[in-house]
Design a protein around this ligand. Sequence first.
Ligand SMILES: [Zn+2]
Length: 721
Amino acid sequence: MLLLKNEIKFMLKSKTMLLLVITACIIMTIGINSVNMSNDFDLFYIKRSSSTISFGSAKFGASICSLLFGLFTVLTLDKDKRKRSKAIIESNQSYYKLMVIRILSIAFYELLVTLLGMAIVMAMQKLAYGIPINFSYYLFNYLVIFFPSLLFSTLIVSGLYLLTDSLDISFITLGVIFIKSLTSTNYLFTWVQTNIDILSDFAGIQPVGNTILYNRLLWLFICIAVFSIGLLFKRRYELNLRSSFFVNIKNKGLIVLLIAAILGSGSTYIKEPYTMELVRNSDAVIAEEIYLNKLSPRIIFDNEKGEMSGEVIYNFTNKGSSSIKFNTNEGLKINSIKVNEKETEYEKAKYDNIIEIPIPNTEKIEVIISYGGKIKSDKNSVGRGMPGYISKDSIYLLENSNWIFRPLVKCGDSIRISGYYSVPDYLTMVVPGILVATETKDGMKKWMFEYESHTADIGAFAGKYKKSQITFENMNVEFYYSPRHEEYVADMRIEDHIKDIMKYYTENMGQYYSDIYPLKIAEVALYKRGGHSSENVITISENMLNRDKSMYQTISDGGSTQYVNTDVFVQDISVIAHEMAHQWWGTGVNVVENSPWSSEGLAQYSSYKYIQEKFGDMESQLFLSRWESRVRELKNYYYINNSEMLDKVNEKYRQSLEMERLQSELYYLMPIKLLRGEEALGEKEFLKRLGRVYNNYLLKDLTFDEFLKEMGLSEEVMEIE
Ligand SMILES: [Zn+2]
C-alpha cells in the first residue's frame, strides 16, 4: 500500500503525467462537439443534451486517450530497463509486485482523469450551454465507456511489453488492435469506444446498454489473459525467454488467473446472448404450393424484462406441400406448435433460425405457434441498424427481426390480419392496419387491430407518444412523436410538411390507396437509421425531429418560412417524403422488384419531385449529384466489373459487395433513369402518365415492362451513359 502511494506521488511529480492529464481533459472538452465533426450527415446538429454531450465527449476522449495512456504505460515500463538498475529490482524478487503497483497507479490516474474530465464537461454543459445535468448518463458514459477503454489499453500494452520485451512491437501491436476496434462492425470487437454513434434521446441507453456492458466484460477477460501471458514470459535476470518461462510457470496463482481469464473470454464470446446471424428472407426458398391467407398474432409484452410472449395463428391453403418452413428469431423460444389442433414437433432446417413443420396432406392448414423470449439483434447492426428491441420505454419491432415467425410461403391474394398487442398502459402502441378497440386491465392495455394486406409484414412500435391527426382529402395521417421533441416539431412545422407531401402526391399521382386505413408515422430511436415503411405504418428515426433549432434559425416573413442551413433539414424532409411515397409505390401499387426496378426508385423519384417543388432546383440538384456519384462509384468498382475476380474473393465479402451493388441500382440508378424518362416526355406529361399508371395498377402488381409500356417509354430512352 505504501509502495503504491509512493508510486502515485512519484508519477504526480512527472511532467509527462501532468501534460497527459491536461491533454485528456482538453480532448474530452473537444469531444462535446464530436457528432458535428464527423461526416455523418444524420447526426449533424442533433440537439445537445446530457446524453449527447456526455456520450460524445466520453467516446471521442476514449479513442485518443486510450492510445495516449497506452503509450505512457509502455514508456513507464521501459524506463525500468533504461534508467533503473534492473539488477536491484530483480534481487528484490518483487518485480511482480512492482509491475502490479505500476499498473495500479496508472489506473489510479486513469480514474482521476475520468472524474476530472467528467466534472469539466458537466461544468461546460451547465455554464456554456445552460443545459441541465442528467447525472446517470455521465456515470454510464464515463465509467462504462471511457474509463475501461483506458484501463484495457494499459493492460494490453503491458502484457505485450512483458511478452515481447520491446517498446516498439508492443505499442505497434496495440495500435493494430486499436484500429481493428475502430473499423469493426461487430459490437464484441469495439473495445475502444463502442460501436454506437449516439445515444438515443427517444429510447435512452436501455436498448443498447446490455451490449455495451457485455463488451466490457469480454474485454476485461481478454485483457487479464493478455497481461497474465505477459507475466508468464517476463524475462528473468540473465535468463532468456524459454528459461524465464520455466521459472515463471511455477507461480500457481498466475496460472490459475490465466486459465480463468482464457475460459472467461472464450465462454463470454461463444455464449454471447444478444445477437444472431439473421438470414435474409430473400436467401430462403419460398414454397410455391402453399399460400398464407390469415394471420392472427396475440402478443403480450413485458417491457420491464424486455420480453414478449404469445401465440400466432396462421391459416394456409395447401396445394400439395408436406411441410412449412418458418424464419424465426433465435431469442424467441417455442413452447408448442399445433397443426390442425394436433401437437406437432418441428425440425431445425439448414440455417439455425429456420424451422420446418410437417403438415398433413389437406387443403386447409392451421398452425398455432406459442412462443416467447427476448429478441436477438444482428451482430453487425447493434446500435445502428437494429431490427428490433423491447425496452422499458419503447418497443421497436420490424418484420425483418422475425419477431412474428415468418412463413416461407406464397402470400394469398389478400391476407387477413387481426389480433392484439398487450403493453403496459403508460405506452402508446402503433398497430398495423386499423385499431378496432382497446381494453385496459391491471395496468396492461390491449390494442386490438385488423388489416387486409398483400404481405404478412407487420411491425410493432410503442413509446410514450404524443399523437396528432393530419387530414387531406380522403387521407388521414396519425403522427406519433415523443413529447420531448414537440417544440422542434412545432417550430419546424413538420406537420405542415407532412400535409404538403400528402397534397403533392395526391395531386400528382393519385388518391391515397385506402379510405379505411390511416397512414401512421411513428418516431423511433436512432438505433435504426433512416426510415422504414411497411403497409400503412412508417417509422422515421428521431434525428429528423430532434435537431438543435438554433442551427436553423427559422425566419418567418409574411407567412412563408425560410431556413438557414437548409441542407440537413431538406435531407430530413426527403426521408419522410421517401417513406410516404412508399404508400403509393409499395403499399398502393405492388412494384415487383427486378433490379434496378423496384419501389425504391419510384419512392426516390417522388421525394425528389417534392423537394424540387418545395425547396427549388438548388436543393434537389444535391440529391441528383449524390446519386450520380454513387452510380459512378458502382461502375468503377473493380470486382463488380470483373466477375472472374469475384469468384476468388471470400463469400462474405462477395455478398456484401453484391448487396452494395443492389442498393446502388435500386436507390440511385433507377431514379436517375426515371428523371431521364421525365426529360424525354416533359415533366407535365411524365407526371400525367405516372398518375395513370398509379390508378390502373392500384392494389395490383406492376412490373418494369408494364411500367414502360404504360408510360410509352423504352429502356433506351432511359439509358444513362
Ligand atoms: Zn424506401
